[in-house]
Design a protein around this ligand. Structure first.
Ligand code: AMP
Ligand code: MG
Length: 423
């Protein structure tokens, strides 16, 4: 393209025009516009996985609630342990988990104790069963290698009564739910799930099950979007395919923004003749149209439609997935009460050369694996055209080539964002 061509809008073909936003700038702009949902609901703990806490959780009691034994063995007074040689003790009782022992442990006495049983009065130390010698009926011998206070779990050592266990906005994991169950919570107050409405735009699109006419293609974006939305744990409203027709689009925008916290469209955000999204959004709401200094995923429309946040994703199937992952998914997490997530990025050795010119951020679909020496290595998962979805489906990571990068030589260390922690 000749550099003296008069431009009225940034062009997709222009690698590093000054009007392009960097990936970081786009993230910051989205965060600025985002208003978190403040509706909350009470849910049973079994349904709370992946939800966001709407309030801090304070522990109603100590965990463990009583000082107890960490081992099967014998409980005794730490001061009565032999300093040298060994000493004998009379077994005065047995302490089982879930029961309390009344007898007070004297200096030459001990209590047979099971893991989790409350410590008997007078005892503060447990000697493991395997380190005790039985010497006749109800008598044991212990040698001098023990430390007062050993093998005992103190009341409140995990969680002290009155302490804050989780803060508002916490995304609840399986371990979190275990902790909350140990505190006796049957229900939790969480933020209502975001409602997301989405539709595809394009006269060439047919839904699966329909017959393809000349020049028509199946709509794949709605299916990849649906799957990614399900993973995000949001409520989904699928509005189907909308024609490249301003009236039909306007109606779809209205329906979507009436019902949803966030609206996603795909297609129609370039500068082509049938690209109406920007026009309608700027009339009906607030629009920011961006050319992003990234590849794939260059044009992105972002804004508000009444109360709903709006993302007009590009049409190309790979760009849809990438822009969803990089911008929409984090926005949904924040909308739902959480933080903007920071993805895991690891270093790996490039298996092949990667061509690139400085100026924009490139997300190369890659395959990350271990080589026979146990080193992380990575290479492209196939052709990188933004319509080539099979290389996305083969990929398990993005190779991150930032704005400054001017290409990669084989053997160089590159930054990689894995799609999951399983390889
Ligand atoms: P557009 O931004 O509308 O010009 O679309 C860019 C490219 O993505 C075109 O080749 C479209 O046919 C294709 N495309 C748009 N929407 C979809 C969709 N929902 N599923 C598959 N391909 C699409
Ligand atoms: Mg289109």
């Amino acid at each position: 393209m000749s550099s003296d061509k008069v431009k009225t809008e940034p062009s997709c073909a222009d690698a590093s025009d000054p009007l392009s936003l960097t990936v970081e700038q786009a993230r910051a702009a989205i965060r600025r516009k985002l208003i978190q949902i403040d509706d909350t609901q009470q849910v049973p703990i079994r349904s709370a996985r992946g939800r966001f806490l709407a309030e801090d959780v304070v522990s109603p009691f100590d965990v463990p609630s009583h000082t107890n034994s960490a081992m099967d063995g014998y409980a005794l007074k730490g001061t009565a342990l032999p300093k040298l040689g060994s000493a004998q003790y009379r077994v005065i009782a047995t302490a089982l988990a879930g029961q309390t022992v009344e007898q007070v442990c004297g200096a030459d006495e001990c209590v047979r104790i099971m893991t989790g049983a409350p410590m008997p009065p007078g005892a503060d130390t447990v000697v493991m069963q395997e380190q005790v010698e039985s010497v006749g009926d109800q008598r044991i011998r212990i040698d001098a290698r023990h430390r007062p206070g050993q093998n005992v779990r103190m009341a409140g050592e995990d969680i002290a009564a009155g302490s804050r266990v989780f803060t508002r906005g916490r995304k609840l994991s399986a371990a979190d739910l275990g902790v909350l169950a140990s505190l006796g919570f049957a229900e939790l107050r969480v933020v209502r799930r975001p409602r997301v409405a989405f539709f595809s735009t394009g006269d060439e699109l047919r839904s699966i099950g329909e017959v393809l006419g000349e020049g028509e293609i199946f709509d794949s974006n709605r299916y990849s979007l649906d799957a990614m939305l399900r993973e995000s744990g949001v409520e989904i409203l699928d509005l189907g395919v909308v024609r490249d027709d301003p009236i039909a689009l306007q109606q779809a925008f209205e329906t979507a923004s009436r019902t949803a916290d966030l609206v996603i469209t795909s297609g129609g955000v370039s500068v082509g003749e049938a690209d109406y999204t920007k026009q309608i959004l700027s009339q009906a709401g607030e629009m920011d149209f961006w050319m992003l200094a990234m590849k794939p995923g260059r044009p992105l429309t972002f804004g508000r439609l009444d109360q709903a946040l709006f993302f007009g994703l590009p049409g190309n199937p790979v760009a849809v997935m990438l822009t969803f992952q990089q911008f929409v998914r984090p926005a949904l997490q924040m909308l739902a009460g959480g933080n903007w997530p920071v993805p895991l990025v690891v270093k790996a050795c490039a298996k092949t050369a990667l061509k690139k010119r400085p100026g924009r951020f490139e997300f190369v679909r890659g395959i990350l694996s271990y080589d026979p020496q146990g080193q992380l290595v990575v290479g492209p998962s196939g052709a990188q055209g933004s319509g080539i979805l099979t290389s996305m489906s083969r990929a398990n990571c993005y190779i991150l080539l930032d704005e400054a990068c001017g290409g990669v030589e084989p053997g160089e260390q590159v930054s990689v964002e894995p799609f999951s922690t399983d390889l």
